[in-house]
Design a protein around this ligand. Sequence first.
Ligand code: PMP
Length: 457
Amino acid sequence: SRDEISYFGAGPAPLPTPVIEQSAKALVNYEDTGLGLSEISHRSPTANKVLADAKAALAALYEIPTENEDGYEILFMQGGGTGEFSASVQACVGWWVEQRRRKAVAELGEGKDAEVVERVRKEIQQELKVDYLVTGSWSLKASQEASRLIGSKYVNVAIDARKSNSGKFGVIPGEDEWKLSDKKSSAMVYFCDNETVDGVEFPAFPESLKGRAGDDGVVVADMSSNFVSRKIDVRNYGIIFVSQALFALLLVGLLINEYQGGAQKNLGIAGITVIIVKKSLLALTPAPAFLQQLSDVLPSAIPPIVFDFATIAKNNSLYNTLPIFNLYVATLVLQSLVANFAEKKVSGQEELANRKAELIYEALDQYSDTYHVVPDKRVRSRMNICFRIKPKQDSGAEPGKWDDAREKEFLAGAEKQNLMGLKGHRSVGGMRASNYNAVSMASAEKLVAYMVQFARA
Ligand code: PMP
């Protein structure tokens, strides 16, 4: 039955049966209105309430200042994490250009449109950079998208972690080795807080990025696979985004772990991306007509309107049709969290996530004759635990090579014990135990028992 399965997939993952049943009900007949929630207009009072509740609950859970002018907007969009790769670079470049335009107007005076365009064009050519910390497959993809959209000459790869690790991801070079562009030239510094494929996580917010959340250099973080698994200070960031498929997993886990299956009502599902963006930056969104005059030096800097944060914010995330059912399920989860462990907020989840990860890594380290943890110890992800299996010592195999047959045997044996979803991402191979919030301590313990059993056999 469903209860017997421990699932370590990187996403999506199975959800608690009562949650699925309750969602199914809302899909057919929402609160006895005779209509399903996905049949109700996204502009109806019902839909608006769902949206307001989602924002309020998220703001409370993560202590996001949303009220003040210098606070943050919470946006719900579609397009996934991949859509945000494009949206964030276009937004940041736009803000940088607008700042330069305003400065030029202030210095040259009103009515000097042609000179202003000329000056900004020169500054773009001579200065503009977007900085990427490439520490794994997802930040690599984001940097490649930036090159595709605005041109590689503007993209500064401040670190490519593979260069410090024989061509493979698995380390984060020390901050003294980062080649960040000058703060004034940099429209943004982008990083992926947790690399889902490679199992690399930033241990903490980087020191050298502090003070870049303002209008002068923007920090953009992809938190798709570790959101709400540890406390953060939102004020360090200009943009945080989360691909909803994993956001859902993390939220559902919070609920299951805290309430042991008792109080949960519902869940979040894939289909909505969450964006937390600084309001003062949105105010810098340039007029498309100005950007059009610079298209010779800056192609594709104007985002499609559904990816324009300022437009989405102005329209309360309802510029176009928002999948309200998807949002509703996340909203219920968020509300329960806020109601039920208001004091602890994310810290309780952080402690649990850390304990589960420590347990699994401890077993891998203890049986290091059998297992090799892929990333460097200092940057091991608490969420995606990537490891390989070594050949048996008497096999005569070349050191440093992995034993494909043993890895297959490990996975097959795991499945026999209902430990599912342990195969690594197809691009890197090996094993990956995803330890999202939805994975219970009991599941982590079962996995550890199996690892020990396999290593001893
Ligand atoms: N960033 C990270 C860290 C991811 O794990 C993923 C995949 N879930 C993405 C971005 C891409 O998200 P999506 O599939 O929603 O485009």
